[in-house]
Write a protein that binds this ligand. Structure first.
Ligand SMILES: Cc1cc2nc3c(=O)[nH]c(=O)nc-3n(C[C@H](O)[C@H](O)[C@H](O)COP(=O)(O)OP(=O)(O)OC[C@H]3O[C@@H](n4cnc5c(N)ncnc54)[C@H](O)[C@@H]3O)c2cc1C
Length: 404
């Protein structure tokens, strides 16, 4: 039996694709290699941008823990800011543990009419250079468009050349859950002045994302532009961060073993004949905060709208549209990551980032994924200026990147 769209991967990117496709009346199948109820290592933070995408998808998120803003900590400086109200994004986000969030989306995909199969590892099926469907074990399922929603790039992505650019930044992050009496707080907390066990400043941050269920999602993430990145021990970094927040959060012992995962921030090839990549598989993670759920939801919906508009040109149209929406901002983020990879640039940078109210407002917009190529106002202007300035500085920053 042939499908209009076959989706590989049941994270937010894959589910958004399946839901939008089924709602558009298309025949869609989704293949998830994990069992029903699989977990995904994540901070569980939904930005206001992600909430806007859930609104567009008509997903009821009332069970998620509502978040009103962000507390940024850099050394002794703290700023607590509300998510701004904008015409495009609501003034609130959420924390929704991924096991529950992803299941909710998959349940919605099934209810909408998508054929969702679990424990089904799928690989693209090629005829020449064209993807004509997917292969699950010995079974071939044909589809007019295959959507690669496989997250941080693995075997399926490699087959299509949808791999990260080896010269570009990527991230690693680790998280655990721990009980805290502050679990119902309505602000995310991000500590921007992390240091490793040798005292080297880490380009990244430590987070406390209260889940509203008795626990907080505690985690740390770091960028590959950091000096000594290859030797960085994420478990040690997490424990070190936990020792800082233990007292103010009255933090209990981790509920589970901390788990780490990759954050892809580039992709050499995100479309080709008969296929497109969405979400992490396309490298859509903001290098400045490691977040990508919102981009995964948006890119999934965009893939479907391109297919509905014109099946023949869908793949190239998608590439153009996601490029227009995300590329400039994500490129700026990657360039920025080479700056903060230099410890002597990171420290003054942090001072600026939270030093004044207007700088903190821009940091907040960046941390909320509220900026892209269409962002009006001061934040958009600053990012466009930064893009131009960093373009000039980029070769030097890469040449002098912090080396292990
Ligand atoms: C520690 C950490 C913290 C993070 N915190 C946040 C945060 O707070 N907020 C935020 O917005 N983002 C965060 N991110 C990033 C976020 O997790 C990703 O951007 C998001 O999950 C991307 O969704 P996706 O659907 O593209 O991929 P994924 O969620 O990774 O889903 C991919 C799915 O594809 C399946 N799959 C893979 N290969 C196959 C195959 N061959 N066949 C079938 N199925 C397959 C996998 O099992 C998986 O279920 C964090 C990431 C990490 C590592």
């Amino acid at each position: 039996m042939g499908f209009d769209i076959a989706v590989i991967g049941g994270g937010p990117g894959g589910s958004a694709t399946a839901i939008a496709a089924a709602r558009a009346g298309l025949k869609v199948a989704l293949f998830e290699k994990g069992p029903y109820g699989r977990d995904k290592v994540c901070g569980d933070g939904l930005t206001p941008r992600a909430i806007a995408a859930l609104n567009e998808l008509k997903i009821d998120y009332s069970v998620a823990h509502r978040i009103d803003g962000l507390r940024m900590i850099a050394g002794k400086k703290q700023r607590e800011l509300q998510w701004p109200s904008t015409a495009r994004f609501p003034n609130h986000g959420a924390v929704w543990p991924r096991q529950r969030f992803d299941n909710h989306l998959l349940d919605e995909a099934i209810a909408t009419g998508a054929d969702v199969r679990f424990d089904a590892e799928a690989l693209p099926e090629l005829e020449g250079d064209r993807v004509v469907g997917v292969r699950v074990g010995a079974e071939v399922i044909r589809a007019s468009l295959v959507v690669l929603a496989t997250g941080a790039q693995g075997a399926a992505a490699k087959m299509l050349g949808a791999v990260r650019d080896p010269d570009e930044t990527f991230g690693l992050a680790i998280r655990a859950y721990a009980p805290t009496p502050r679990h119902a707080e309505r602000h995310l907390e991000a500590c921007l002045s992390l240091r490793d066990e040798h005292g080297t400043p880490v380009p990244g941050y430590g987070w406390m994302f209260p889940a509203g269920d008795g626990t907080v999602n505690i985690g740390v993430g770091a960028l590959s532009t950091m000096k000594g990145f290859k030797k960085l021990n994420l478990n040690t970094l997490l424990d070190q961060y936990a020792s800082i927040v233990r007292e103010p959060w009255s933090l209990g012992a981790y509920v589970d073993k901390p788990r780490a995962w990759r954050l892809p921030m580039s992709c050499i090839r995100r479309h080709g004949p008969g296929w497109v990549a969405v979400g992490d598989a396309a490298g859509f993670v903001n290098p400045m905060n490691g977040e990508g759920i919102d981009y995964a939801l948006e890119s999934g919906m965009l893939a479907v709208s391109c297919f509905v508009n014109n099946q023949e040109t869908a793949s190239a149209d998608y590439d153009k549209q996601v490029g227009e929406r995300f590329d400039a901002f994500l490129r700026t983020g990657r360039r920025f990551s080479f700056i903060i990879g230099h410890p002597w640039l990171l420290k003054p940078g942090l001072r600026v980032a939270v030093g004044t109210q207007s700088a903190a407002d821009i940091t907040l917009a960046v941390m909320g994924n509220l900026i892209d190529s269409n962002t009006p106002g001061a934040a958009g202007k600053v990012m466009r200026f930064a893009d131009n300035a960093l373009r000039i500085a980029d070769p030097l920053l890469r040449r002098t990147r912090a080396r292990a």
